[in-house]
Design a binder for this molecule. Structure first.
Ligand code: GUN
Ligand code: FE
Length: 462
């Protein structure tokens, strides 16, 4: 059984189907009404495959293949802080917990230990692609790229640019220094993977408040020159928004207004390749601008709740045609799991009152399980510029996938020896949509049995 999104609110269930993946990790056939024998007799010969050389992986009872998750926003160096917040909100959380930890990544041995763990952990939760923020350090950032490449996780790797926020102990010395370091890291990552088979650099101004306007502009120019994607934060927290208005008046930016989105737009950073994290408090005017530019949004519900930032109006963004994906935002988010982000996206949407033109109030704001899974896969692919390569199963797409296994409860109430445990029990009478819903509400890495990126096995649950 293969399950994937065919539309925002629609999952397709491909029972009795063979998906054939070639040696490069590309899907070359999706054959419906096809069992193993039929595949061997008719599909393999058509593909010119020799049976003895083909590895067959089958989903057993209670198992299904699902596209790998795409984490559109995660801070790799913050992983050791996951779950630690005290009673902070964004600005004091950054000062108290985040900047001191990130600053310590000048120590490459520490970076190695933590980045190794982050990659292992995210892969074990089915994250086949991640848009990572690293730190300001070029060696540690490049190491993160090396490790993703080695381990086989698809990734966008961003050296964090920040030339003005306090603290003085953790920032670029100048806009020029920030740009030079960014170029150095881009060069390393491009040399590592010239064809972007797995790894890509991403231009990463941390957020408006951590950059001078000249740096924002220079990064906008760099993005235009290189065609590289951009990632940053926007309108996460009310205090942050007030400070952005103070720091970036129209007189400085030349923008039409003093909105947060206007600052990025004036710097050339609002593009169709821009990933904007959070977008909790965008005004209607800002949302319209983001939509016009074709910029995308990374929805980070775990973080928005944990830091008390608010509940992002995802339906409003989707209705405007803004591409949305999910982000764990570790460690603003407490969990490295995109499944947890999907679950929280569903739950948080129940606390949003939709104010769109079509009306509908609370009902309209609700995200379904199917929609959350779309955001976790296809939506995410669009956000990071990989639509057409990953996010669903079709001929020409790459095999980034997870084998999900649920616990099958036998007639006698026991489970098979070797069941991996977990909290998703199925009794046999549930429909497949019901089982998928059970997975979204109760699943975790115990259900993630095996994970592939570009056809390569990158995680197997012991
Ligand atoms: N805004 C600026 N930096 C950060 C960060 O590291 N995490 C979150 N959640 N918001 C930010
Ligand atoms: Fe973040």
């Amino acid at each position: 059984l293969f399950i994937h999104s065919t539309a925002l609110n629609e999952l397709e269930y491909l029972h009795n189907t063979a998906v054939c993946v070639d040696g490069k990790g590309t899907i070359v056939a999706v054959e419906k009404d096809c069992d193993e024998d039929k595949a061997k007799q008719t599909v393999f010969p058509r593909l010119g495959w020799v049976e003895a050389e083909v590895e067959v992986v089958k989903a057993e009872e209670g198992q299904f293949f699902f596209p790998g998750f795409i984490d559109t926003h995660i801070h790799a160096p913050q992983y050791p802080n996951a779950g630690i917040f005290g009673d902070s909100t964004l600005m004091d959380w950054l000062d108290t917990y985040t900047f001191p930890l990130e600053a310590s990544f000048s120590d490459l041995a520490k970076a190695h230990r933590i980045y190794n763990r982050v990659i292992r952990k995210t892969l074990s939760h089915g994250t086949t692609c991640a848009a990572y923020y690293a730190t300001i350090h070029v060696p540690a950032t490049n190491l993160l790229a090396d490790l993703c490449h080695e381990r086989g996780q698809r990734a966008l790797i961003g050296r964090v640019c920040m030339d003005q926020t306090p603290p003085a102990y953790y920032r670029d010395e100048s806009a020029e220094a920030s740009l030079a370091a960014t170029r150095a890291s881009i060069a390393h990552i491009r040399a590592l993977d010239p064809t972007h088979s797995l790894i890509r650099p991403i231009i990463t101004p941390r957020f408006a408040l951590s950059c001078t306007f000249p740096l924002l502009q220079q990064l906008g120019t760099l993005a235009a020159e290189t065609g590289l994607p951009i990632q940053t934060h926007i309108s996460e927290n009310k205090t942050e928004i007030t400070l952005v208005k103070q720091h970036f008046p129209r007189s400085l930016t030349g923008a039409a207004d003093d909105s947060y989105a206007g600052v990025y737009d004036a710097a050339g950073l609002l593009t169709a390749r821009t990933v904007l994290a959070h977008a909790v408090h965008l005004t209607e005017g800002e949302a319209a601008l983001v939509a016009r530019r074709g910029a995308k949004v990374s929805h980070c519900p775990c973080s928005n709740s944990a830091l008390g930032s608010g509940a992002a109006p995802v339906r409003r963004l989707l209705d405007r045609g803004i591409g949305c994906g999910l982000g764990t935002d570790v460690s603003g988010g407490y969990s490295p799991s995109v499944l947890e982000a999907a679950r929280q996206a569903v739950l948080v949407s129940r606390h949003v009152v939709f104010m769109g033109e079509a009306g509908g109030g609370r009902e309209r704001a609700k995200l379904s399980v199917e929609e959350a899974l779309f955001l976790a896969t296809r939506g995410g692919a669009e956000v990071v510029g990989l639509e057409g390569r990953v996010g669903w199963f079709g001929v020409g797409m790459e095999w980034d996938a997870q084998l999900v296994g649920l616990t099958v409860v036998r007639e006698d109430g026991e489970v098979e020896e070797g069941d991996g445990g977990g909290d998703v029990d199925v009794f046999g009478w549930e429909s497949w949509p019901d089982r998928v819903a059970k997975w979204v509400y109760n699943g975790d890495d115990r259900n993630t049995k095996q994970v592939w990126v570009r056809g390569r096995v990158v995680h197997t649950r012991k």
